[in-house]
Each structure stands twice: as C-alpha cells, then as structure tokens.
Design a protein around this ligand. Structure first.
Ligand code: FAQ
Length: 337
C-alpha cells in the first residue's frame, strides 16, 4: 500500500547530504565521514563519534519503548475482540510489537548501553516514547484504526530507516517493516468489514478516525523548522526523509484509502493542491502534542504505571530464567572438566 521509493524532489536519490571531511585533524573521524558520504554502513565494532552513538541510543531506545508501550492500547481489546478470528489476529499483532521492541533493544545494546539502563529510563519517565500511545482505545473500531493509521504512519517513517547508516538498526527495520505492513492491512481490512455493517458500526469507525487522525499526523514529530535533531540525523544518514516530508507522504497515501473506505478525514482544509502535486492539510495542535510528549496526555500515567507493574510482576520470571541459565552453565562446565 505504501511506496518504497525514498527519493525527494531536489535531493539525489537516497544520498545523505555531503559531510565536510577533516582528514588531517582526525583520521578516525575522516574514515567515519567517508563511510557516511559513500552511503556505507557503520557497524558496532567501527569507531564512531560519541554524538552519533548518543543519537542512535536515543532514537533506537525511544523506538523500542514505543513498541513495548504500543502493545497496551490494543492489548486492552484482546479479551473483547468480536470473534475468535479477530482475537487470534490481535494477539499475533500485539505479540509482533513486543518482538519489535526486543529487536530494537538488542540493536541499542550493540552501542554499549544495557537493557536495564534503557528500561530504567523508561520507567522513571526520563525516556520518551511515541506520543500516539497515550490516547485511549474507546471502541473496537479504534483497533482497526490503529492498524490502518498508526501502523501506516509507522511504516512510512520506518521504511527509510531500513537504509539507516547504522547496520544493526537498519537490519532490524527490514523485518519490522514487513510485519508492520501486515498490521496495516489487517487494520484496514477490519475497517472495511465494519463499514459494510450496520449504521452504528459505520459511525463507530468514523468516530475512531475523527479521534486518531490528527494524533497520527503529529506522530511524525515537530515541523522541520522546530526539529532540533533532524539536521544532524539527516547528515549522518540516520534519518533519510524529514518529519514534514514523511507527514506529507502519509497524507497523500491515506486520502485515497479513506475515500475507498467511505470515511471523512476530519480536516476541512484537506484538499488536493494541483500546483504542489500534494494534498494541503490544516494546522496540527502542537501545544497538545508537547503536553502529551511531556507526560501530560490522557493516558501517560496509566501507560507507565502498567509497564512498571508488569516489570515488577515479572521479576520472578527473570530471576528463574537467570537461575536456569546459571545451572546450565555449571552443568556444561562440569561436563567439560
Ligand atoms: N512522540 O528533533 P525531533 C510504532 C521528540 S513505533 C514522542 O524531530 P528526531 C509501531 C523527539 O524524540 C512509533 N516524542 O527528533 C506500533 C525529540 O526529543 P528528544 C515510534 C517525539 O529523533 C504501531 C523531540 O521530540 N517510531 O508506532 C515524537 O529527529 C502500532 C524533537 O523531535 C519511532 O520511534 C513523538 N511522536 O525525530 C506499535 C521511529 N516526535 O529525544 C504498536 C524512530 C518527536 O530530543 C502499535 N524514530 N518527538 O528529547 C524516529 O524516526 C524519530 O526519532 C522521530 C523524531 C521522527 C520520532
């Protein structure tokens, strides 16, 4: 449903903007810059500037947290899914999101940060995770809309990350994107089914679209002019497409899908602009976005509370797994002796 093309007008296809070399100053930095300029991959054993490492840990750990916290809004509906088929699909989807979190924590660990440190940062409220998961899922249609729009926005953002300059992150994203693509389609298919149902079911879908649309547009992050991390992230080939350009691609791809589905996107300013060759759209409420990002959205406290509770309740599983691994190590040593 979404294009794999990542070329943008005025930018050579897939190329990070050129970096000034500092050959004489620092040969390690020069080698790193040359690899980035050549659109090469940086691997865990390669030398990298501290800020490149820090930026990756920040982005990858936030991404991992988003996947794990992102299990909660849909997870709330597993016990209330309307049929066995929908329940099985939803369980598999939520489990996939947990898996994405684990690949991403592993990718971040290759940069020298421990999983315990990352989890502690999430639980203390220090680390960010995607704003979108701080809104409630009020009806069964929300589950379909999350698949269609939230996973749709996630794929739009994540396809370029498959070509991120850091190898482990890029490779993790290939698998994540394949699974997200399935998630997006199952959400859309579930909504198509509801739209063929009763007037109440159609109203339920429209209501869910009305509540999620603007939050999904904000998910791509602040406008480029207010995005402090974008310029450096793009120069390093971590980000390939800017927040605003991804948002525009998402709007352009989603409008025809909304038409086919038979729902109205809640934006009176949404219209095709012949000159730009894109849809124009209305103003996003950035004040509300920042409130949510900074911990004051409708469900922030509930989401973090649920994660911390799950972590505490799971302590005995982690301890048992460690004790088992220790026993196996001891047995292997005995046998080898
Ligand atoms: N929510 O300078 P920028 C999913 C923060 S996964 C919260 O533009 P950057 C799967 C940003 O961190 C969804 N905070 O930052 C799924 C920064 O703060 P910092 C997650 C946000 O990094 C589906 C500050 O604002 N995806 O949905 C948000 O260059 C269904 C300034 O922003 C990823 O994480 C936000 N929406 O660009 C699961 C993808 N936007 O760190 C379950 C990877 C911005 O300086 C169910 N991440 N901020 O304190 C990225 O691509 C980038 O990090 C961006 C932000 C685009 C999110």
């Amino acid at each position: 449903m979404y294009t794999q093309a990542m070329d943008l007008p005025g930018q050579p296809e897939g190329k990070a903007p050129t970096i000034a070399h500092s050959l004489e100053a620092d040969p390690k930095l020069a080698r790193f810059d040359a690899a980035i300029d050549a659109d090469g991959r940086i691997e865990p054993q390669d030398w990298m500037p501290d800020n490149y490492r820090k930026t990756l840990v920040r982005q990858i750990s936030q991404h991992a947290h988003s996947e794990i916290v992102g299990m909660l809004p849909e997870g709330n509906w597993i016990s209330r899914a309307p049929s066995l088929k929908r329940k099985a699909i939803l369980i598999a989807k939520v489990q996939d999101e947990g898996g994405h979190g684990l690949y991403l924590y592993s990718a971040a660990e290759t940069l020298g940060t421990s999983r315990d440190e990352m989890i502690a940062a999430l639980h203390s409220g220090k680390a960010k995770y995607s704003s979108i998961f701080n809104y409630p899922t009020l009806s069964w249609a929300d589950v379909g809309v999350i698949g269609w729009l939230v996973d749709g926005a996630a794929i739009m953002n994540q396809i370029p990350l498959c070509r991120c300059s850091y190898g482990p992150y890029a490779r993790a994203m290939v698998r994540v994107c394949k699974e997200e693509s399935f998630h997006q389609r199952q959400g859309y298919e579930s909504l198509l089914t509801l739209m063929k149902g009763t007037p109440e079911q159609r109203d339920m879908v429209q209501d869910a679209v009305n509540r999620w649309w603007w939050k999904c547009l904000a998910m791509f992050g602040p406008p480029d002019a207010d995005s402090p991390n974008s310029a450096q992230g793009m120069r390093w080939g971590i980000k390939r497409i800017s927040n605003d350009d991804l948002r525009q691609k998402f709007v352009d791809a989603t409008v025809p899908q909304a038409q086919l589905l038979g729902v109205t996107l809640p934006d009176p300013d949404l219209k095709w602009n012949e000159t730009r060759g894109h849809y124009d759209y209305g103003a996003i409420d950035w004040k509300e976005f920042w409130q949510t990002v900074n911990g004051n959205g409708p469900c922030n406290r509930e989401r973090l509370g649920t994660r911390v509770h799950a972590w505490e309740q799971g302590a005995w599983v982690r301890e048992a797994a460690q004790a088992h691994a220790q026993k196996q190590r001891q047995r292997a040593m005995k046998e080898a002796a």
